[in-house]
Structure formats: C-alpha cells, structure tokens
Design a protein around this ligand. Structure first.
Ligand code: ZN
Length: 437
C-alpha cells in the first residue's frame, strides 16, 4: 500500500467555486483517501510521516521522485492551491505546432509522428493536464500513446483517442494535392455507408471517440468557414456506430449550419463553434451538447502572424474569425451551453504543454474564473466519461492533483505560466515536483 499527504493546502472545489484553506489531502493507493482541516488529521499525519511536514517547505519522508510512486511523501501545501488534474478535450498530440501545417502533414514520417507525440505527452502531463482527448490522431498515434501510457512505457496523460478524423471528399482535411497523388492522412468517406465503415474502422483500431470533420475547414483551408459539409444523415451514421459501441461523436464545426446538423444527429460535442447563431446555441443547450471553443488556436496565429511563417491566408482568416468567435461563445454562455476545455494544440505555435492558457482565455471571453476551471475539470471529465473517477478533488476519486503557487480563481497567470504549477500527481504518482528540490 502506498500513501502520501499534502498538508495545509487550499483546496478548490470546482463544483462550487469555493476554496477551503488549510486542508490536508491524504492519498492512498492512487486514490484520494481523505480531505479535511489540517488539525483534524494532524494526529494521523504525525504517525504516518517519519519526519514532520515543516520547513523546508516540502519534505519527503519516503521515496517521492518524478514519475515514481509517492510512497510516504509529505508535502507542505502552505501558500499553495490544489485543483484536480486539468483536462484538454481537443488536442493533437502527434502534430507539431509548426507554422506551416500542410508541410508537416505531407512530409513527416509516421514514425516521427509517434516520437513527437511521446515528447508532447510528457510536456502536457508536466503542465498539469492529466487527461486529454486526442480528436484526430494521424496514423492512430493517439491510440498508441494511450496504450503506451497505460502500460507504463512512457509518461503521459490519460488519453481518449479518436484515430484519424473522418472527412469527405473535398472537405476539411482533404488536402488538395495534385490529382496524381492520392495520399490521405484522414479517413475518407462519402455517403452514409462509407461514413459508417470509416467509423467502424476507427473503432477496430482502438478509437474511444469518433471525430467527424462535418463543417468547413479551419482557417488554413480554402473553404468558407461559415458553410457545412457532411449531411445530417452522414453524421447520424457515425453517431449510430459510435453509440452501438458505447462511444461518442465529436464534430469539427465552425458554422451554425453544420452545428445544427450535428446536434440533430446527436453528437456529444461541437469543436470550435466559430459562427454560432441563437438557434444553434439554443439547440445545443437543449440537447446538452458540449461546446469546445479552442480559443488559443486562433489566438496563437494572431500573436505570431505571417512574419513567422504562418501562411498569410490563415492569418487573414483568423483575424476575421476572432471577433465573431467571441460573440458566438458569449451567445452560447447566455443560452446555458455546456463548455469543455480544448486547445487544438498542435496548430501553429499552439504548443503542447501550454494547454491551460485556454482556461485564462475562456475566463477573458466571459466565463468567471471558477466556471472556466470547472470547464477544464469536471465538465471535460463528463464529456470524456471520466467524471466518476476524475475531475474534482473528492474522496474516492483518483488522486490526479495539481498544486499552484497562486490562487487560480484570482490570478489567471496561474494558467499562462506553467512555472506556477509546482506539483503534479496522477494516480497519486509524482509526475512533477518543484517543491522538494
Ligand atoms: Zn483539431
């Protein structure tokens, strides 16, 4: 049996947005065994730890080390805030964040995708993101990463994997090479039967979620952002296959038209949602469809611009989309649409490991800091079907815990600068410890 303890920490309740100061969190066998006022558990703490949790700030009485079991460790949490491991519902672990996406998609070897994803998985985990959903794992890299993490071969977050996204001919993800080339890194499918088959194929190779590129392309594509692609019947075919396997469908969708088709077809989440009208957000709220806004993807393109190698068309379109995206989000919030946190990490300058920045962006876009943190924890856990075991600091849940050295409900710098992350535990095991050294 392994055990560890964090003493005297301020615990953030992501459900209520309230903070309980001076709490002890006891971890046993990878689970949260107890949370309570420091005084109430002091007696047990004294016997459990060979050395008292006093100065220096953090003492380890056992064998705590990065990526090891936190056997017998005790951390002094004074002046620190504990939140659940954060989650990203939309990232692409195998994608580089290089400015010219198509270049990478075209020339990088499948094996290189995997090697890159291994590094990114570690970066993400060390930033306090303990669970992710990869919606579009080219070459099924995301499935491999998920399994390698589960087998203890590499360090990384828990992964819900999508495998290669399903796309239509001429749609988002169908890079328009010369007709003499037939290369596709996504899953081509046209018509109900082909979509069904593509979804089944992704499930066959281990997908946890089906990602359908149901709307017009990203800012890097030539198609109009405010248009639709897959028909409702095609999206519904993917939903049917996914549901039969107990899984969900996520759609890439910028427009209202594509979003409404997706909601009617029964998708679980709408990714991006740049051009949403009132009817679209009302339908989402009614159906309980999640919105995953991915603000950071556009924001990074605008921050870096064409001068740093991003294609000019992409920068132009990002400028166009930025303001309307904000309005759509605010419309969605007003309608009561559920929001999960996602970054699209892997798009230009959208670095793996900077995921939590999105929480700050959601707060600046109109959510309270508490609501933004809730979106990145318990709400994303709901979307990813992990809310029974993750997403909040509660007795009996997995001990995925992040300690900040600033109050994340008062200071958004917590999310913008990963140096504020001082400790990351996943299943009670130490993934990062900046307190002990
Ligand atoms: Zn994406």
């Amino acid at each position: 049996m392994s055990s560890a303890r964090i003493c005297g920490v301020s615990v953030v309740d992501v459900r209520t947005g309230e903070v309980a100061p001076g709490q002890d969190i006891e971890i046993r066998d990878g689970l949260i065994a107890s949370i309570g006022p420091a005084a109430a558990t002091a007696a047990t703490a004294a016997t459990a730890a060979a050395t008292p949790a006093a100065a220096p700030r953090a003492r380890t009485a056992g064998s705590a080390s990065d990526n090891g079991e936190a056997g017998g460790a005790t951390w002094d949490g004074t002046g620190l805030w504990a939140v659940p491991g954060m989650m990203d519902a939309h990232c692409h672990l195998s994608n580089s964040a290089r400015p010219d996406v198509v270049q990478s998609l075209t020339f990088d070897l499948p094996s290189f995708y995997s090697i890159r994803a291994v590094k990114h998985a570690r970066d993400v985990l060390r930033a306090g993101i303990t669970a992710i959903r990869d919606v579009g794992g080219i070459y099924f890299t995301d499935v491999a990463i998920r399994d390698a993490v589960l087998q203890g071969l590499i360090e990384g977050p828990r992964v819900r994997a999508g495998g290669p996204s399903i796309r239509m001919t001429g749609g988002h993800g169908d890079v328009r090479y010369s007709p003499s080339f037939s290369h596709s890194i996504f899953q081509p499918a046209d018509g109900v039967d082909e979509v069904r088959k593509a979804a089944r194929r992704n499930l066959k190779y281990g997908a946890d979620v089906i990602k359908v590129l149901s709307g017009s392309g990203g800012v890097g594509s030539g198609t109009d952002l405010d248009s639709a692609q897959y028909s409702e019947a095609e999206i519904a075919a993917a939903v049917e296959v996914a549901r039969d396997a107990g899984k969900k469908v996520a759609i890439h969708s910028h427009s209202s038209k594509a979003t409404k088709r997706g909601v009617r077809a029964g998708v679980a989440s709408v990714e991006h949602g740049t051009y949403l009208d009132r009817e679209a957000v009302d339908m989402m709220a009614e159906a309980g469809t999640f919105l995953v806004p991915t603000f950071i993807a556009l924001r990074r393109i605008l921050e870096h611009g064409a001068g740093e190698g991003i294609p000019a068309i992409m920068v132009e379109r990002a400028k166009e989309a930025d303001e309307i995206h904000l309005k759509s989000f605010q419309l969605a919030l007003a309608a009561g649409v559920r929001v999960a946190m996602g970054t699209d990490a892997g798009t230009p300058f959208n670095l793996h490991g900077e995921n939590a920045t999105e929480i700050a962006l959601m707060a600046e876009a109109g959510m309270s800091p508490a609501a933004a943190l809730r979106a990145a924890t318990i709400e994303t856990a709901e979307l990813l079907d992990w809310s029974d075991s993750l997403g909040s600091l509660e007795v009996g849940k997995r001990a995925d815990i992040v300690l900040f050295d600033v109050d994340p409900l008062a200071d958004l710098a917590a999310y913008r600068d990963t140096r504020h992350v001082r400790l990351v535990l996943k299943d009670g095991a130490v993934c990062r410890d900046d307190l002990t050294r």
